[in-house]
Design a protein around this ligand. Structure first.
Ligand code: BES
Ligand code: ZN
Ligand code: ZN
Length: 501
C-alpha cells in the first residue's frame, strides 16, 4: 500500500475518491472556504437542503465534475454534532467508510483530515482512527464460493489533505493500519472452517508470526505433552484423530527477562462438547472456539510490529474436542500439568482444562502477570449479551489498568465477582482436587474461577469472550462472523502498562 509522503492541496490530489467530514455548520472548519471554492458553492446549498446528509453515520456519495480531472467522486461523511463526537464513535464512522470503500471498489482515496477534527480529536488521532476503523470495516470473510466472480479489492493508495506534520500523520496512519490488519488476521483464523484450521495449522501460523517478528517459538506435540504430563489438554484431545499442540511465543523487549506478561489463549479448533455432546444447533459455530487463541496471536502481531519495551510470553493450548471410543468422559479423573487432579463432570467444560495446563506452562516460562482469553461459557452471554466481554481478576490495580486500555479501544469489558463460596464449589469433589462443572448456576464464574485455581497468586485477568468473539449481524467495524475482539485491547494494554502494582 502506498501512503503519500508530501502535503497535498485539493488541486493536487490525484485519486478516485475524496473523503470529507460534514456537519450542519462547517464554517469553523479550517480550509472550508478553500474547499467550497474548489468544489463549488452548491455544496453549501446541498448541506442546507439535506442532499448532503450531515447526520452522524450518514454517508453521501456525489460525483465531482470540477477542474481537477484526476478526482472522480466525493464521499461526504456525516459527523452530527462534533461537540459530542467521541474517538470510539469516530472509529465506528470510519468503519462504515471502510465498508463503503469496498462497496465502491475504491482502492485509491484521499482523506481531508481537518474536516474531521472535533476538539479534542486532533488530525493525528484522526489518521489513526481512520486507518483502524476503515481497515476493520473493509474486512471480508474468506469464502469458498466457486461461482463468485467478485474481483478482490485492496486498499492501494491513500493521500492526505492536511496542514499538520505529514510525517506524524503517516506514522499514525501506519499504526492504525497495523491494528486493523492484526484484528483482521485474527478474524480470519476464527472464520476458517474447522477442517481447514486444526491445532497444527494454528501452530504453523504462530511459527510464521515468530519468523516475521523474531519471536522465540516452541511447539509441543502430543508425545512431548505426554512426557510433560499435560493431562488437561491431553484429556480433551483424547477423542480426536488430530494432534494437539501447545504453542509458546516469546517477545523480549528488554535486556532482562523480567516483568513478563503472560497471554494465554483457548485454542479449541472445534468443540463438539465431547461425550457431553452439544445439540445439533448448539454445535454450529463451534469452529470459533479458538477465538481466545486468535486474540492472543493478533495482539502478538501488533507487539511484533510496535516492538514496545515489554516482555511477553504467549501460550496457546490447541486441540479439538471430539468423540471416539477412547474420548474422555464424565466421571473420569484426570491429572493436570500442575499436579492438581480434576473430576470430570462435563466433557463440554473442556476449555478450562486446556487453559489450566497452558496457565501452568506460562508461569513456568516466567509469566509474572497473566491474562487468559477464551470463548469459555454460554453463561457470559446470558449475563452480559453479545457486546460485553466478561472478566474476572484477583488484582484490582492490574484490572483497572486493563479497563483503561479497553475504554481507549472501545471494547467493553465488565468485571464479575469471584467469591470464596464460588471457589469452594470449584473445589467440591469427593474424589479429586477440583470439579470441572460444579453447577449450571454462575457458569461464567465457575469456568473462569477454575482457571484461577492454576494461576494462584500471580496477578491475573480472565476474559470470557464467548459473546463478543463472533457476531450474527454485521456491525460498523465489520461483517457478521468473527470480530477479532481483544486484539487491540491486549496490545494497547501491553504497550501502556507500567509495573506499579
Ligand atoms: N465453547 C463453549 C462455550 C461457548 C458457548 C462459546 C457459546 C461460544 C458460544 C464451552 O466449551 C462450553 O461448552 N461451555 C459450557 C459449559 C458448561 C458445560 C459447564 C456452556 O457454556 O454451556
Ligand atoms: Zn465446551
Ligand atoms: Zn469450548
Amino acid at each position: 500500500m502506498i501512503i503519500q509522503k508530501e502535503r497535498k492541496s485539493f488541486e493536487q490530489i490525484s485519486t478516485e475518491l475524496l473523503i470529507v467530514g460534514v456537519q450542519k455548520n462547517c464554517d469553523h472548519i479550517k480550509g472550508w472556504k478553500e474547499f467550497v471554492s474548489f468544489y463549488g458553492e452548491h455544496v453549501e446549498k446541498w448541506i442546507r437542503t439535506g442532499d448532503i446528509e450531515t447526520e452522524r453515520k450518514k454517508l453521501t456519495k456525489i460525483p465531482y465534475l470540477g477542474a481537477n480531472e484526476h478526482l472522480q467522486r466525493i464521499l461526504f461523511v456525516g459527523l452530527g454534532d462534533t461537540k459530542t463526537l467521541t474517538r470510539n464513535e469516530l472509529r465506528d464512522i470510519f468503519g462504515l467508510v471502510g465498508k463503503k470503500l469496498r462497496e465502491m471498489k475504491a482502492n485509491r482515496f484521499t482523506i481531508w483530515l481537518e474536516s474531521f477534527t472535533a476538539d479534542p480529536i486532533q488530525e493525528k488521532d484522526i489518521a489513526f482512527l481512520f486507518a483502524e476503523g476503515s481497515g476493520m470495516g473493509f474486512y471480508q470473510v474468506p469464502h469458498y464460493k466457486t461461482t463468485s466472480n467478485e474481483p478482490e479489492v485492496y486498499l492501494d493508495e491513500v493521500q492526505f489533505v492536511t496542514n499538520a506534520d505529514i510525517d506524524e500523520i503517516v506514522e499514525s496512519y501506519k499504526l492504525g493500519k497495523i491494528y486493523a490488519d492484526a484484528v483482521n488476521e485474527a478474524r480470519t483464523l476464527v472464520n476458517l472452517p474447522p477442517n481447514i484450521l486444526k491445532a497444527t495449522d494454528l501452530a504453523e501460523y504462530a511459527v510464521n508470526l515468530a519468523n516475521n517478528y523474531g519471536f522465540e517459538v516452541e511447539i509441543l506435540n502430543k508425545e512431548q505433552l505426554e512426557e510433560l504430563g499435560m493431562g488437561g489438554i491431553l484429556a480433551v484431545n483424547r477423542g480426536s484423530t488430530n494432534e494437539p499442540r501447545v504453542i509458546t511465543l516469546k517477545y523480549k523487549g528488554t535486556e532482562e527477562w523480567k516483568d513478563v506478561i503472560g497471554l494465554v489463549g483457548k485454542g479449541v479448533t472445534y468443540d463438539t462438547g465431547g461425550y457431553s455432546i452439544k445439540s445439533k444447533t448448539g454445535m454450529v459455530g463451534m469452529k470459533g472456539d479458538m477465538g481466545g487463541a486468535a486474540s492472543v496471536l493478533g495482539a502478538m502481531k501488533i507487539i511484533g510490529e510496535m516492538k514496545p519495551k515489554k516482555n511477553v510470553v504467549a501460550v496457546i493450548g490447541a486441540t479439538d474436542n471430539m468423540i471416539s471410543g477412547d474420548a474422555f468422559k464424565p466421571d473420569d479423573v484426570i491429572t493436570t500439568y500442575s499436579g492438581k487432579t480434576v473430576e470430570i463432570k462435563n466433557a463440554d467444560a473442556e476449555g478450562r482444562l486446556v487453559l489450566a495446563d497452558a496457565v501452568t506452562y506460562a508461569k513456568q516460562q516466567g509469566a509474572d502477570y497473566l491474562i487468559d482469553v477464551a470463548t469459555l461459557t454460554g453463561g457470559v452471554i446470558t449475563a452480559l449479551g453479545y457486546d460485553k466481554t466478561g472478566a474476572l481478576s484477583n488484582n484490582e490495580a492490574f484490572f483497572d489498568a486493563f479497563i483503561e486500555a479497553s475504554v481507549k479501544t472501545g471494547e467493553f469489558v465488565w468485571g464479575m465477582p469471584l467469591t470464596e463460596r464460588d471457589k469452594k464449589r470449584i473445589r467440591d469433589s469427593q474424589i479429586a482436587d477440583l470439579n470441572n462443572s460444579p453447577g449450571s448456576d454462575g457458569h461464567m464464574i465457575f469456568a473462569g474461577g477454575f482457571v484461577g485455581e492454576f494461576v494462584e497468586n500471580t496477578p491475573w485477568i480472565h476474559l470470557d469472550i464467548a459473546g463478543t468473539s463472533d457476531t450474527t449481524k454485521p456491525h460498523e467495524l465489520g461483517p457478521k462472523g468473527a470480530t477479532g475482539v481483544m486484539v487491540r485491547t491486549l496490545a494497547t494494554f501491553i504497550k501502556d502498562f507500567t509495573f506499579h502494582i
